[in-house]
Design a protein around this ligand. Structure first.
Ligand code: DC
Length: 240
């Protein structure tokens, strides 16, 4: 991990803050987290990348994605680390940089499948809690405000209508996407279903999270709103 010697903002008690951003796929969490990290001097940690890296390993090893015992065994032989960077996280799977291999549709689907198992989640949550232990982080995922850091100083639940999220994903695919927009929206809905309805730590807003629905907002507006939410939790006198 990168050292946490960053000039992160503090809350009124002087503690370096934790900002938790949760929400469904394609809501803009990564973009907002990156902007907040830059603005407030926080490390940006994308927990979805950790589930993706583990899913990649399961796929490579031909471990069935519904075999809880085999996945748990695999997790005991796996080392996953995130390194915060300016643009995105570097993801190390057993010391191999897999950052460029975890965003394709097969790994995306597999990540959602392996993340339903309690033993896998408990392992990931432990790692994430270690990474954020000293504060000074913005961590994004599905269960950060509910499970990983229930006492985070700032919690934002970022949402948007499924069609809007799907179209944003589609538009990011460049000029000649290999799939139709409808397919992107359908896959996103299926993943949402699974992430929201799993028994362990389903995607849902923490009761004390600020809900931010970006359906009718521009990116700039969402960033501004998120910054205002963080500002409201900071005490200028001690913030550096
Ligand atoms: O945020 P993402 O699309 O990279 O996440 C990939 C999958 O990982 C997502 O479908 C569900 C799972 N995930 C999770 O269960 N908990 C998290 N904190 C982050 C991701």
């Amino acid at each position: 991990m990168t050292a946490f010697a960053n000039p992160a903002k503090h809350d009124s008690s002087g503690k370096r803050i934790i900002v938790a951003i949760d929400g469904p796929a394609g809501a803009g969490k990564s973009t907002i987290a990156r902007q907040l990290a830059r603005r407030f001097g926080l490390l940006n940690l994308e927990t979805g990348a950790m589930y993706r890296a583990f899913a990649l390993k399961a796929l490579r090893r031909d471990v069935a994605l519904d075999d809880a015992a085999a996945l748990e065994q695999l997790s005991t032989e796996t080392d996953i680390r995130l390194e915060a960077g300016e643009a995105e996280n570097r993801v190390l799977l057993d010391d191999e940089d897999v950052t460029g291999q975890i965003r394709n549709p097969v790994v995306t689907d597999a990540a959602s499948r392996v993340s339903v198992f309690p033993s896998i989640r408990a392992w990931m949550v432990r790692l994430q809690q270690q990474m954020g232990a000293d504060g000074g982080v913005v961590m994004e995922g599905r269960d950060i405000g509910t499970v990983v850091f229930p006492h985070a100083e700032v919690k934002i639940f970022l949402d948007a209508a499924p069609e809007v999220r799907g179209m944003r994903r589609f538009d990011q695919m460049g000029p000649a996407p290999a799939v139709q927009a409808e397919e992107v929206i359908r896959d996103l809905r299926a993943r949402d279903e699974r992430d929201r309805n799993r028994a362990d730590s389903p995607l849902k807003p923490s009761p004390d999270a600020v809900l931010l629905d970006s359906t009718d907002m521009t990116l700039e507006q969402v960033v501004k709103a998120a910054e205002a939410i963080v500002e409201s939790r900071l005490q200028p006198a001690v913030a550096r």
